[in-house]
Structure formats: structure tokens, C-alpha cells
Design a protein around this ligand. Structure first.
Ligand code: HEM
Length: 280
């Protein structure tokens, strides 16, 4: 077989001898990454189900990377550095939200072909999603039980559970800037789920009333609202996609399914930033 293809000038310069050089595949550990999509059945659509989960978990990993670093920035008073990372988080969340468009091509009939094979595994057990919730300040101790048998994951979850959240650091920043924040909030048990507080609401309200004077705090607040807004949009698309695929059946994780997913739509990470809007 003869091939008459003639490489153009730039193509001729491309490196092809990788005996002693690192390839793209080596650098990215692509074989390991691409070897992880292992359907349990021969059903065509199971691959999509796995890929969408893997893509989502990779994006969550990136968000965690940014949030942890942004929280340290805020702690150290480096707000502009944190803004760059928080803005990136929102862009990644947009990608995460868009995976539902792909998954919505999975019909109830497609999913039923392999759903029984999933046993009790469910996104409910996504520890990266829980790490995110913990780093946002939503601390739920019952989640730790799920990983009591896995020391590595439990250690990661406990670290996030015991750390001041992104929102704790934002509130401490308000206090450092001279806003009167209640002592019980500044010295609060950071392993408890954050509950809305009037002194925090009043401080944010003052920021929103004079944005030019407190521009960096105003920007911080809006970045946090972007993140919570997109988190809720993700939750809503999840809930609707689940309804589209399994209706009102119970979840594989044991919850009521859509009824549970509707309930979590009522959760807030940064409650005062939403409350103040009614009162401005
Ligand atoms: C056919 C696709 C899917 C169905 C039918 C589904 C269904 C459910 C259901 C019913 C729950 C409630 C817990 C339970 O009883 O299982 C749940 C929770 C959850 N799922 Fe999905 N899911 C799907 C895809 C995904 C994907 C792609 C992700 C991305 C990682 C995901 C992440 C989560 C998370 C993080 C929770 C916990 C939500 C919370 O507690 O706030 N799910 N899912």
C-alpha cells in the first residue's frame, strides 16, 4: 500500500522520537485515567453514565484546589488573589452544570438496562462533593460515617470538617475591617453547620450600601453569591435530570430520590448574602 501524503513544512519539524523523551500520555498519566472507565455491563449507555461522573469528579477536584487556596488568601488579607481563583471556580461550575445536558440524553429505558448493577452506590457518597460543602461551611457529621471504613478519605473529610470555611474567613475579614461582628460568631465552633447571624447580615448590608467605599468586600460578596447561585443551578439541573430519568423512584443511595433532591435546594452556604437583598 503506498501513501502519497506529503507533510507540510511545520509538520516535518514535529518531534517523533520519544525513546528518551516524555510524551503527552506520560505527562498526563493518560493510560491510568482512560483505564478507569470500566462499565459493569455490555450496555452501550453505561459508558456515558461513568464518563459524566468522572468528568464531574475531576471538575470538583479543580474547584477544591481553587477554594482551599482562595480561603488561605482571604485569611491572609489577599483578596485580589482570591478573586481570580473564585472567578475560575464559577467558570468550572458552568462546565459542571453543562454535563446535565449530555446526561439528559440517557432515557429511562437506557438507564434501566444497568441501574440494578449499581447496588447502593450513589452520588450521595461523592466525598469530593462533601469536601466542597464542608469548605463552604455546610458541616454535616452523618456524612463522616459513610467513610468510617476508609482511612484516607475519612482523614480528608475530617480535615475539611475541622477547618474554618471559606465563609468563616470572609466573616473574619469583615471583623478585621472594623465591622461589629458578634463574638459568638468569631469564636464559634467551626465544626458546627453555619447558621445565619444578624451582625453578619448588617455588616454585608453596610458593604452593599456603599460599594465604592468597600469595593473589595463587595466584590468578595458577589463572587460568593456567584458560586452559591451556580451550586444551586447545578442542584436544580441534577434534580430535574433525575426526575426525567427515574421519575419519583427511590435513589440507589436509599433516599426518596427527587423528593430528597428538592429538599437540598433549600440549603444555603452564605445565607446573609441572600437575605440582605430583601432588606436593601
Ligand atoms: C442517571 C443519573 C443520576 C441519577 C438517577 C441520580 C440520582 C440521585 C439520587 C436519587 C440522589 C439522592 C440520594 C440517593 O438516594 O441516591 C442523588 C444524589 C447525588 N448525586 Fe446523583 N444521580 C445521577 C447522576 C449524578 C451525577 C452525574 C453526579 C455527579 C457527580 C451526581 C452527584 C450526586 C450528588 C453529589 C448527590 C448528593 C446530593 C446532596 O446530598 O445534596 N449524580 N443522585
Amino acid at each position: 500500500m503506498s501513501n502519497n501524503y506529503k507533510p507540510f513544512e511545520d509538520e516535518k519539524k514535529i518531534v517523533t522520537d520519544f525513546k528518551d523523551r516524555m510524551t503527552y500520555t506520560d505527562y498526563l498519566h493518560l493510560n491510568e485515567v482512560l483505564d478507569c472507565q470500566k462499565p459493569l455491563t455490555d450496555e452501550h449507555d453505561e459508558m456515558l453514565f461513568i464518563t459524566v461522573h468522572h468528568v464531574s469528579e475531576l471538575w470538583m477536584k479543580q474547584i477544591l484546589h481553587e477554594i482551599k487556596s482562595a480561603t488561605v488568601d482571604i485569611h491572609n488579607g489577599r483578596l485580589p488573589e482570591s478573586f481570580k481563583k473564585l472567578a475560575r471556580v464559577s467558570q468550572v461550575q458552568n462546565q459542571l452544570k453543562n454535563v446535565w445536558d449530555v446526561l439528559a440524553t440517557l432515557t429511562p429505558a437506557d438507564y434501566l438496562q444497568f441501574r440494578d448493577q449499581l447496588g447502593n452506590s450513589s452520588g450521595f457518597q461523592s466525598y469530593q462533593n462533601r469536601l466542597l460543602e464542608f469548605y463552604f461551611g455546610y458541616k454535616t457529621p452523618h456524612i463522616l460515617k459513610i467513610y468510617a471504613h476508609d482511612e484516607k478519605i475519612l482523614t480528608m473529610l475530617q480535615e475539611a470538617y475541622n477547618a474554618p470555611s471559606l465563609y468563616d474567613e470572609a466573616i473574619r475579614t469583615l471583623a478585621k475591617r472594623g465591622f461589629a461582628i458578634d463574638e459568638e460568631i468569631l469564636n464559634r465552633d467551626i465544626t458546627a453547620k453555619y447558621e445565619a447571624n444578624d451582625s453578619v447580615k448588617e455588616a454585608w448590608k453596610a458593604v452593599y450600601r456603599e460599594p465604592e467605599k468597600y469595593f473589595d468586600l463587595y466584590e468578595l460578596a458577589e463572587e460568593l453569591v456567584d458560586i452559591e447561585d451556580l451550586f444551586q443551578q447545578w442542584r436544580f439541573r441534577h434534580m430535574k435530570t433525575v426526575e426525567r430519568i427515574i421519575g419519583f423512584k427511590m435513589g440507589t443511595g436509599g433516599s426518596g430520590g427527587v423528593s430528597y433532591l428538592k429538599k437540598v435546594l433549600d440549603q444555603y452556604f452564605f445565607p446573609e448574602l441572600w437575605q440582605l437583598r430583601t432588606e436593601l
